[in-house]
Design a protein around this ligand. Structure first.
Ligand SMILES: [Zn+2]
Length: 617
């Protein structure tokens, strides 16, 4: 595997997507709350009629937005996202942050994107466009009458979206430039949450923060085009002018996207009650089965772990290698995959299982990815690598394949010094992958192993039940997890996630004294993670001690008549996030001096070699 492929692959893993507010009181009965939340509140719903012009690379559309103010506040104004403006020049915030590239895919400056409105009005015809102002990717709209709490406003918009040549999630490309991935593409309501509008322009790292609602979308395309859309297909009508119009509906979702290509082939599968619809390209016929197996397997796994997937259909969109920037992205009920420049078995599965994880985080929890991206990418990355491990899927050929866990540890090791809980815009692209994705994922896996898989999954399911179809924050997640696990998890949330310190323990050389054999374990990092310590005596007897890691070190003394032959911190590798295991074990006795003997050095280097192999393969 050439290094550039590894880099692109890791970069992709890293990037597909604050103020902590006080946590809301946790509802006591998870079951009662879950039963009451079969459907999302309809806050922002859209009825759209749009036409794709494949030659001009444009979408011309009209929409009616039905916005309901479910806050307690009166709103004198509204904010709309015009995401495609991010690609309209090199000077936008997105372009400046991204350096006009994304995950190794470069912008084509001669094919930029844009979106422009020709109409924005209330349903009674009152114009809103003349007084609206646009800054970067945001439109600020003053209302002639404030919108009271509980009130509803209907907006009519007409617009043209110009798609960029795809390098970052949305646009066109592929053979004959006839593949279209249409995302972040229409005038879309911002979110009013906890007393304020989330009026952040689009940032390079962040993707989503949207309200729930329903979508009723009609898409007109040339007859030859095959369309994959969010939600479920609800009919198709010929246009009489060489076009056809496809109808899609979706409920309990936060966004709408679609893909279109004359080259799509389709395959279907079932995951319980859910239809899995794969739209793939002939160039990737060899991975159709991998797409289907992983889509079904991941849907079933996450449904069992966290709670059932709440939609009747999941659409999986393959992307051409030459439009790889569209791959590895999530929308509600629709994900994009692709081989992403890594022509290895397992790559499609790794990407697809991650994107399907997003169907829980954030598609059901609608967290703010800009302010708290770890609640979105971190939880999803954990889900994906756990699925890959449970399904015994590796990346690469046969026994030389790499586990998703090994890749994750490599990614974390590249930049392990930042907290995982910062806003998306605080990170470089590389640190975003290392800390928001990998650090969070490895931390959650560590927590799972410390408390036990069944308890951990129940805690995650409780969190989903409490906050499905809401906008939970990191504080809500923490309160929910701590309540479910029945304890204070400061070591995890403050010590690990919110700090730049790693989990790291070390075992000192065994020391023989008159009083007996002395064993010392040191906490090297700042994170007081609970750790097991296994002591093996010369007789073969073993003892395991649990240490809470609160102090900087702990010592144990054993009688000299059965000397200590080995000490290992974290012998069962529960601390999945501990990168440096080189110093976790000592099996050589020394006579007082705390220096490594020749034997100790040999053990050290053998462990170093083993760890290196663990990281790479
Ligand atoms: Zn993701």
């Amino acid at each position: 595997m050439p290094p550039r492929h590894i880099l692109r692959f890791l970069a992709l893993l890293a990037l597909c997507h604050a103020t902590l507010l006080a946590a809301a009181p946790i509802p006591a009965s998870v079951a009662a709350v879950a039963a009451a939340q079969a459907h999302a509140p309809e806050i922002a719903s859209y009825q759209m009629d749009v036409r794709l012009d494949p030659a001009a690379k444009t979408i011309t559309g009209t929409e009616r937005i039905r916005y309901t103010n479910l806050s307690r506040d009166t709103l004198p104004d509204l904010w709309l996202h015009l995401y495609l403006k991010a690609f309209s020049s090199l000077d936008t915030l997105w372009m400046r942050e991204a350096g006009a590239q994304h995950r190794g895919f470069a912008l084509d400056p001669s094919h930029l994107g844009d979106i422009s409105l020709s109409r924005l009005a209330l349903a009674d015809g009152t114009d809103l466009l003349a007084s609206a102002t646009v800054t970067d990717t945001l439109m600020h709209v003053r209302l002639p009458q404030p919108l009271p709490a509980g009130g509803r406003v209907e907006l009519d918009a007409a617009w043209v979206s110009k798609l960029p040549r795809v390098f970052a999630r949305t646009g066109y490309g592929g053979p004959n430039d006839s593949f279209f991935m249409v995302g972040q593409w229409y005038p879309k309501m911002a979110v009013y949450d906890r007393g304020r509008w989330d009026a952040e322009p689009w940032h390079a790292n962040a993707e989503f923060f949207h309200d729930f609602g329903s979508y009723d979308v009609r898409i007109t395309v040339p007859q030859a085009y095959i369309v994959a859309g969010v939600g479920v297909p609800a009919g198709e009508q010929p246009g009489g002018d060489g076009t056809k119009t496809l109808h899609f509906t979706a409920t309990d979702v936060t966004d709408f996207a679609f893909a279109a290509s004359p080259d799509f082939r389709t395959q279907n599968a079932r995951a319980g009650d859910v239809d899995v619809a794969l739209f793939y390209l002939p160039e990737h016929a060899s991975v159709v089965q991998e797409y289907l197996d992983v889509s079904v397997g991941a849907l079933e796994a996450y449904s069992a772990w966290y709670g059932a997937y709440p939609h009747p259909r999941l659409t999986v969109v393959d992307v051409p290698d030459s439009a790889g920037g569209a791959g590895g992205m999530e929308y509600p009920t629709l994900v994009t995959g692709g081989s992403l420049g890594l022509p290895l078995p397992g790559a499609v599965g790794l990407v697809t299982s991650h994107e399907i994880g997003h169907q829980w985080w954030p598609m059901q929890t609608a967290t703010n990815e800009g302010r708290e991206p770890w609640l979105d990418e971190g939880l999803t990355e954990y889900s994906g690598i756990r699925y890959m491990a449970e399904a015994e899927r590796r990346i690469g050929y046969g026994s030389t394949g790499i586990s998703a866990l090994a890749l994750e540890r490599t990614q974390y090791a590249a930049a392990p010094d930042m907290p995982a809980t910062r806003p998306a815009w605080d990170y470089t692209q590389a640190a975003y992958g290392a800390d928001v994705y990998a650090k969070t994922a490895l931390g959650l896996w560590t927590l799972e192993r410390v408390v036990g898989t069944a308890r951990f999954r129940q805690a995650m399911a409780d969190y989903l039940a409490r906050y499905r179809f809401k906008h939970p924050t990191g504080a809500d997640f923490r309160s929910s997890i701590e309540q479910s696990l029945g304890g204070d998890l400061r070591w995890f949330f403050d010590g690990y996630l919110a700090s730049g310190s790693p989990i790291d323990y070390a075992v000192d050389p065994i020391v023989s004294r008159d009083a007996g054999e002395n064993v010392t374990i040191r906490r090297v990092g700042q994170v007081p993670a609970p750790v097991d310590i296994r002591i093996t005596l010369a007789s073969g007897a073993q003892q395991t001690r649990q240490w809470n890691g609160a102090a900087e070190r702990i010592s144990y003394t054993f009688p000299s008549d059965d000397p200590v032959s080995q000490v290992v911190a974290d012998p069962d590798h529960k601390l999945v996030a501990e990168l440096n295991r080189l110093d976790n074990g000592v099996s050589t006795r020394v006579e007082v001096a705390p220096a490594l003997t020749l034997g100790g050095r040999l053990v050290f280097w053998l462990q170093a070699a083993a760890q290196l192999l663990g990281l790479l393969g």
